[in-house]
Design a binder for this molecule. Structure first.
Ligand code: AMP
Ligand code: MG
Length: 348
């Protein structure tokens, strides 16, 4: 990123950022006003016919729907392309072909409209939209999604990672379990939500592994054991879903609680697609209360991957003098959140 704050003054009458999200299965375009109003949050999700996300197929989906989603976002925001002042895009982390598709759309818009390009870290986007929408100022954040599971908090210029998964992400664990159990996306619901509904009917706790290692956790053994328990028989699907959730959510809650005790933050924020889960919300609410911290959950509309979070983080970066020259706009597949400076966050 470069410091080019002079660009801000160039179009003082235009204060809109278009944000493109395409890190994995969702292609989203949002529009944020510089004052934090979200004017649009259009999206199209790719659902594989069988199996998990195939990066090239997801990328093809993104390319196919880009034009339509762009049109929807602009219509929702009641803007014309010429009204935009900057274009932000999720530069990483994520799946290469998917990221490259979003980046290409962003570069085209930036070059055609002659407006600056801002590369945004996807994980930072989830944290910032959570803060914007809940009013949290300086939270300890549990970010749980299809591709990420981490506990982060701001310290000395960056969001630092206090704990994370050593293997698969929490959302991925629920999704793979659901797929292997032969579940379907009932009424278009994400697999995590399907597991949640079944878990609510579960009563008996099936013994499953619980793996917290220091401040990190491991979910792949739990996933295998849950699948095995189901295949072997003797347990209802509802009980296995319930037990899978109880174990996995207790693990992330334990790590979050320890980080909360260590950092003494006064707010806890739950963000990412899995944040929609009521049982997880309850567990985190309990530890927040025990530590006299306020508990915040990102609204459902902004929980899963979305363009609005990229647009808003683009505004934050740009108004703090950061832009991404096109020659530096290559995608970063493993761009960790703790490698990103966030100069807009003030040390409390
Ligand atoms: P994201 O990667 O942020 O787009 O979030 C998608 C992930 O959130 C997927 O793994 C979904 O299964 C998961 N998810 C969505 N809704 C729920 C829910 N109610 N409970 C648990 N997981 C969910
Ligand atoms: Mg997603």
């Amino acid at each position: 990123m470069k410091q080019v704050s002079k660009l801000i003054a160039k179009k003082p009458d235009k204060r809109y950022c278009l944000g493109i999200e395409s890190t994995a299965d969702d292609f989203g375009i949002g529009v944020a006003k510089f004052n934090g109003e979200i004017l649009a949050n259009a999206r199209s999700g790719y659902i594989p016919e069988t199996g998990g996300i195939h990066p090239r197929e997801a990328a093809r989906h993104h390319a196919d729907v880009a034009d339509k989603v762009l049109g929807e976002a602009l219509a929702e925001a009641q803007l014309k392309p010429e009204d935009l002042s900057i274009v932000a895009f999720a530069q990483g982390p994520g799946l290469g072909p998917c990221l490259r598709t979003g980046a290409t759309v962003a570069r085209v818009l930036s070059s055609y409209l002659r407006i600056p390009l801002v590369g945004v870290n996807h994980s930072v986007g989830h944290i910032e939209i959570g803060k914007l929408k809940t009013g949290a100022q300086d939270p300890l954040t549990l970010y749980v999604s299809g591709g990420n599971t981490m506990v982060t908090a701001y310290a000395s210029g960056r969001y630092r990672v206090f704990g994370e998964t050593l293997d698969i992400a929490l959302g991925n664990c629920l999704d793979v379990f659901a797929r292997e159990a032969g579940l379907k996306h009932e009424k278009g619901l994400p697999f995590g939500a399907v597991v949640e509904q079944l878990a609510a009917k579960g009563k008996k706790l099936v013994p499953l592994p619980y793996l917290v290692k220091g401040m990190d956790l491991s979910l792949s053994g739990l996933l295998t054991a849950a699948n095995t328990a189901l295949q072997k028989g003797g347990h209802t699907l509802e009980d296995v879903c319930y037990s899978l959730q109880e174990n996995a959510f207790s693990m992330v809650t334990e790590v979050t609680e320890r980080a909360l005790a260590h950092t003494e933050k006064k707010e806890v924020l739950l963000t990412g697609g899995v944040a929609a889960n009521k049982r997880l919300q309850t567990m985190l609410g309990i530890i927040a209360e025990e530590h006299e911290a306020q508990f915040h959950v990102v609204p459902k509309e902004f929980a899963s991957d979305n363009g609005a979070m990229i647009a808003w983080t683009g505004v934050l970066a740009y108004t703090h003098g950061l832009v991404t020259p096109v020659e530096e706009s290559f995608v970063k597949l493993r761009w960790r959140v703790d490698k990103v400076d966030v100069p807009w966050v003030k040390q409390p």
